[in-house]
Design a protein around this ligand. Structure first.
Ligand code: GLA
Length: 642
């Protein structure tokens, strides 16, 4: 959906008040690189592993009703998919009738949701409680959908939208803006929902000069988000609004029994802060059932391996398995889509009318070995071990030390590939066993193994072998325990590496797809910040963390005694002025540091005793030289040792 704003928004009173609240006393002037001694990525809500379930949007758009929702819910249970983990049933856009003006209470479309009628009540007294009770009785959880602004995506961007809210301008203001506490209480306390997806169209698509405002359909809302321009996006205001929702959830469900789904499509620099606030955070605009669009959505999340952790996952959008390029006539594409989402720890949310579920689709959704990769308790998003426009290898380190491995052919022609032991961080002189997670066939090899990938095929394996680091873990194998609390990005830029597909909403009108989705640069596992190989003083490193000067990473330690790395300025530094200082902190105390690290010098060893430390912080500071163009730096072979 093409969405652009014209003018930088003047602050609205509510947003200004939220911003003032968000500025904590005593924070002014604090150096963000100083250690905090704590893990700051989101730990609220309930998402220790990526959520799984079903959502109505890809199946029905806004043309939803109770029979469709319950039909899919019943199939989740009867087919065994609920047992396999798909327990969340999420109602997307299309459920609102209006917001009644006398008390601001939201009213459900009872024509579509008959159980929402309150017996003996007035016509506009409605409740989703009977529906959520039924879902809960089936062992499922229930999710609801809203928007951060006054109006929803469907109202703003879709001309032929079914089930549009009705009534006056005020009655059609069904979004959260100005009603956060009231609506969150209604959804979570009164109606018993367990999840909320909060879209952002209402704070993006209704500037005063937009046709729908001009025609009197909706009230204007100054655009806080410009998808094409981070400079014209009010990141702080967007963040303050979403923070108000997270806080309201915490108040209504102090036990943390809820899930907050952020839907900002990678805009508003959400990569940097969504992980501190939400349980899942969309990285791109909507997926469609096309191969090219699946590539786009995959790419927006695949290089953000350090920005996802237990409690806060990258959301590449819902699965389109079952439709279009991923229907039963295209099992290779359907399996690839599913395998890739599992590997990058994206939520596994089915977007198919499950009343039509076939054994073939059931076999894809229900592949318990692949689900187990996604649901692994270590929570490590796969790291890209081999990268190209045609073929990618993804490797995901599991809690038991084995690996999930995906060999992905993006192209439309067969690809001959070779997998090396080193790409798995396994020893190349000991046997490696791969189990194919679709066929259960096993392959044993030492050193390297050849494969031929069919067009669009993803081979997906569980791999075991002798770990290269026998007495510990490389941090780049453990993105789930590394949080770039400050990633050092000063110039927020769109990511140029994302596949540019023809979108369903603009077709080939205009100049073509361009770079967007701010999130270029920042911390990476086994790569330099802009995608190069890690390289210090002419030496390549296949293992380590690539960071920017001016960064602070938090690392969860669970019983390891030593931290070690070789540190240096990355050869990718274009402006080789100044020097770097590397610091290791343990629970807020400085443990080790090295100063005066200059360009084109060999990496220096830096180690610290971390026995008993819970949070290690790795700080890279620029000392001298410009901080406008921070140098890329390397924590090569960064590792935790027993
Ligand atoms: C946006 C979201 C979608 C869906 C629709 C509903 O486009 O990104 O996932 O919720 O709104 O209108």
């Amino acid at each position: 959906m093409p969405r652009s704003g014209r003018r930088r928004a003047p602050l609205m009173p509510l947003v200004a008040a939220l911003l003032a609240q968000a500025a904590l006393p005593g924070m002014a002037g604090a150096d963000p690189l100083d250690p905090g001694g704590r893990w700051t990525a989101n730990a609220r809500g309930q998402a220790p592993v990526p959520p799984m379930g079903w959502n109505s949007w890809n199946a029905f758009n806004s043309d939803i009703d109770e029979a469709k929702i319950l039909g899919s819910a019943q199939t989740l249970v009867s087919s065994g998919l609920a047992k396999a983990g798909y327990t969340r049933v999420n109602i997307d856009d299309g459920w609102w009738l209006k917001r009644r003006t006398r008390d601001g209470r939201l009213v459900i479309r009872t024509a579509q949701f008959p159980s929402a009628r309150v017996a003996g009540g007035q016509a506009d007294d409605t409740s989703f409680r009977p529906l959520t009770d039924r879902l809960h009785a089936m062992g499922l959880k229930a999710g609801i959908y809203s928007d951060m602004g006054r109006n929803s995506c469907g109202q703003i961007y879709t001309a032929d939208f079914k089930n549009q809210p009705e009534g006056s301008v005020a009655e059609r203001e069904i979004g959260l803006y100005g009603h956060v506490d009231q609506d969150i209480r209604l959804f979570f306390k009164e109606w018993g929902f367990d999840l909320i997806k909060v879209d952002g169209c209402g704070i993006r698509g209704l500037p005063a000069d937009s046709p729908r405002v001009r025609s009197g359909l909706y009230r204007a809302f100054p655009s806080l988000i410009d998808m094409q321009s981070i400079g014209r996006t009010d990141v702080a205001a967007v963040r303050a609004l979403y923070t108000s929702v997270a806080d309201a959830l915490e108040r209504e469900r102090p036990g943390g029994d809820y899930l907050l789904s952020l839907c900002l499509w990678g805009s508003a620099d959400v990569r940097a802060w969504g992980k501190d606030l939400g349980n899942i955070s969309r990285t791109s605009d909507d997926i469609t059932p096309h191969w090219g669009r699946m590539l786009t959505n995959f790419d927006t999340a695949a290089r953000r391996e350090l920005y996802a952790h237990p409690g806060s996952w990258n959301d590449a959008d819902m699965l389109f398995v079952g439709q279009g390029d991923f229907d039963e006539a295209h099992p290779t594409e359907a399996r690839s889509h599913f395998a890739l989402w599992a590997m990058i720890n994206s939520p596994l949310v089915i977007g198919y009318d499950l009343r039509k579920l076939t054994p073939g689709l059931r076999a894809i959704f229900g592949n318990t070995d692949i689900i187990a990769l996604n649901q692994d308790p270590a929570g490590n998003q796969a790291v890209i071990a081999y990268d190209s426009d045609d073929v990618q290898f993804l490797v995901k380190t599991l809690a038991d030390g084995t690996k999930g491995v995906a060999l992905f052919n993006r192209s439309a022609v067969p690809a001959a590939v070779t997998l090396n032991a080193g790409q798995l961080k396994f020893r190349d002189d000991a046997a490696i066993t791969l189990t194919d997670l679709w066929t259960r066939a096993t392959t044993r090899f030492t050193g390297k193994q050849d494969f031929t990938l069919a067009p669009h095929q993803t081979l997906i394996f569980r791999a075991s072998g002798a770990r290269r680091l026998a007495d510990g873990l490389f941090l780049s194998e453990q993105p789930g325990r590394v949080n770039p609390a400050v990633d050092g990005v000063v110039a927020r830029r769109p990511d140029p590496t994302i596949h540019h597909s023809v979108t369903a909403w603009s077709g080939t009108r205009g100049a073509g797809e361009h770079v967007q989705y701010s999130g270029w640069g920042g911390s990476r596992a086994d790569r330099a910040v802009f995608g190069q190989v890690l390289r210090v003083g002419g030496t390549d490193y296949d293992t380590g963390l690539g960071v920017l000067a001016g960064s602070r990473l938090e690392v969860r330690n669970t019983g390891f005694r030593r931290f070690a790395a070789e540190v240096g300025m990355d050869d990718a530094a274009a402006q080789a002025r100044g020097t770097l200082r590397f610091e290791i902190y343990g629970d807020g105390k400085l443990l080790a540091s090295t100063d005066g690290v200059a360009f084109d010098r060999a990496a220096r060893p830096l180690t610290a005793d971390v026995a008993g430390v819970r949070i290690i912080e790795l700080v890279t500071r620029a000392t001298g030289g410009s901080t406008d163009d921070p140098a890329p730096a390397v924590w090569a072979n960064a590792r935790l040792l027993r």
